[in-house]
Design a protein around this ligand. Structure first.
Ligand code: ASP
Length: 580
């Protein structure tokens, strides 16, 4: 038997007992005739004591132990004279009688402490060491708890977890597919699913009624910061439901997770249409933990001779609380910030709102106090605030000002990690114009149903057609999204037509789904949560990587196993792939 207890288990009640423990040598200290060692495993740390006077040889071997060696000890539990209330086992220590080295360890390339000296790349290369650190370990345990609560909650509501295949057919669902060559069908390829979308819909046709799956999805996208080529979804689908039913069920799930994992009671799940979110926050996933709402200023700016504003599609501003404190230099830095290529604004107009109710702006040449007072009213600016105004093409300006709003929210400490503000964003557009391919794409995916009352606009004004699609936003992050689906073959065919598919292409790629719709498809809908991000936000952090056991780096590489990598010519030959 390697151990009678784990390293987080022993308490005063065990004093006097003979125990054995196994774990890693975390740290050792020599104090005069004594050596103290912290023995660590997943459950905690326990202090071991060796006494030079009573057992010279044993103490000598303890002193020789390198960090991270794997050891087994036997000894007696003693009450500590100086207790450590930072440690679960801080009341006791083990007076060691026997020490066995189970395996030696090289010195780790970075310190395995909360504050490590290891850079990201190094920690990823030695991820198995990184996971020994409490921080990463606890994140993985937390992720497990979230997944467990999800499974419990949904199972209690009669959802069934069903696995769907990973080797599927390449279909356009927005991103690029990862492709897997087939050896048995040379020249042909599987694709890894971007999501189990069509399968879960087929499960509804199959009568499963309520489905969920915690499932890996794969998207071969250019990696933006904090995206992973493979990620995990909580994927869900329900039959005989309307949008309201879905919102209720998943509001319930989110409330349950916030309550059980964070002790947070969040009653309110406000709702906002996509149009409203864009107008008020410039963003379809607004962080509503703080204000700084957009004030549109076209009519109160375009009546003077300021050409920049007059030629803009949208002039819009926000009031930064207490921003009038900023020095000229600090404001110039803000202007530089919005002009960075990542944000892309051409400039920024600002108005200082003085405590005496007067205004001082960067465009005083064009606008008088009455004008500026109107801007203040629109943006909700109070004396002491700073109004920041951007202008240009509507979509771009909104994105730029939204980035500034989030940045200021962050700088002002308004994005508190322990405060949770969910929000449903509803009525997304059905279609989105793609500049590159010069055609419409499904904004959510091609299986999303349009709003009946907007159907007539499909031919005349496709961009204005709204979908029965919704996103759940938490603290400025999209944590879930879904839609009520099309369940009628004709309707699905019509949708493919509007997305630019010929009937042959539609049949070739989605014939299986349209065929299934002819055998009694129930009305259905669903959504998927991004588990990685959900866990990170619940964990009060922004980076999903810290909640994934073996993540890939920004270039999509696993630097630990060194993948992707070349494969040998034999393998290629077997697959019938000629790289030349
Ligand atoms: N399959 C969709 C996605 O991956 C979610 C859904 O519509 O249920 O975004």
């Amino acid at each position: 038997m390697y151990r009678t207890q784990n390293c987080g288990e022993l308490r005063l009640a065990h004093v006097g007992k003979e125990v054995s423990l196994a774990g890693w040598m975390h740290k050792s200290r020599d104090l005069g005739g004594m050596t103290f060692i912290d023995l660590r495993d997943r459950y905690g740390k326990t202090q071991l004591v060796f006494n030079m006077e009573t057992d010279k040889e044993l103490c000598g071997s303890a002193r020789k132990l390198g960090r991270e060696s794997v050891v087994q000890v036997q000894g007696i539990v003693r009450e500590r004279s100086s207790k450590n209330n930072q440690m679960l086992t801080g009341d006791i220590e083990i007076e060691v009688k026997e020490l066995k080295v189970l395996n030696s360890a090289k010195t780790p390339p970075f310190t395995l402490e909360d504050d490590t000296d290891g850079g990201e790349e190094l920690r990823m290369k030695y991820r198995y060491l990184d996971i020994r650190r409490d921080k990463v370990k606890n994140n993985l345990i937390f992720r497990h708890q979230v997944a467990l609560e999800v499974r419990k909650y949904l199972s209690d509501l009669d959802f069934i977890e069903v696995e769907t295949p990973y080797l599927i057919k390449s279909t356009p669902e927005g991103a690029r597919d990862f492709i897997v060559p087939s050896r048995m069908n040379q020249g042909m390829f599987y694709a890894l699913p971007q999501s189990p979308q069509t399968f879960k819909q087929l499960l509804m046709v199959a009568g499963m009624d309520k489905y969920f799956q915690i499932v890996k999805c794969f998207r071969d996208e250019d990696l933006r910061a904090d995206r992973q080529p493979e990620f995990t979804q909580i994927d869900c689908e329900m039959s005989f439901i309307e949008q309201e039913d879905i919102l209720n069920v998943f509001e319930g799930l989110t409330r349950h997770l916030l309550k059980t994992l964070k002790g947070a009671d969040v009653e309110d799940f406000p709702r906002m249409t996509y149009d409203e979110a864009m107008k008020r926050f410039g963003n379809d996933k607004p962080d509503i933990r703080f204000g700084m709402e957009f004030g549109e200023l076209n009519d109160v700016t375009q009546h003077k001779d300021f050409g920049v504003f007059n030629s803009a599609e949208l002039v819009v501003g926000i009031a930064v609380p207490a921003g009038n404190q900023y020095s000229r230099k600090e404001i110039d830095q803000l202007i530089d910030w919005v002009k960075r290529p990542q944000i892309g604004a051409l400039g920024m107009v600002y108005v200082r709102c003085n405590d005496d109710g007067t205004y001082k702006s960067s465009v005083d040449k064009f606008y008088d106090q009455d004008d500026l007072a109107q801007w203040a009213e629109r943006t909700g600016a109070k004396p002491g605030d700073l109004i920041c105004v951007l202008s240009g093409v509507k979509n771009k300006v909104r994105a730029q000002l939204s980035a500034l709003r989030m940045e200021m929210g962050e700088r002002l400490g308004l994005r508190k990690p322990d405060e949770f503000a969910p929000l449903w964003v509803l009525d997304f557009p059905l279609l989105e114009w793609d500049e590159e391919t010069e055609r419409y794409h499904a904004m959510h995916h091609p299986f999303t149903s349009p709003k009946t009352e907007d159907m007539a606009k499909l031919d005349t004004d496709p961009g204005a057609v709204r979908a029965n699609a919704y996103d759940l936003v938490l603290n400025g992050n999209e944590i879930g999204g879904g839609s009520i689906r099309i369940h009628d073959k004709q309707m699905q065919a019509l949708m493919f037509k509007h997305l630019g598919f010929t009937p042959e292409e539609a049949k070739d790629q989605f014939g299986f789904l349209m065929d299934a719709f002819e055998y009694g498809a129930p009305p259905h809908g669903g959504l998927a949560f991004g588990l990685d991000r959900l866990v990170a936000i619940l964990g009060g952090q922004e980076s999903i990587r810290d909640f994934i056991a073996f993540p890939k780096n920004n270039a999509g590489r696993d630097v630990m196993i060194d993948s992707p990598s070349l494969i040998n010519p034999e393998q290629l030959k077997e697959l019938g792939i000629d790289l030349k």
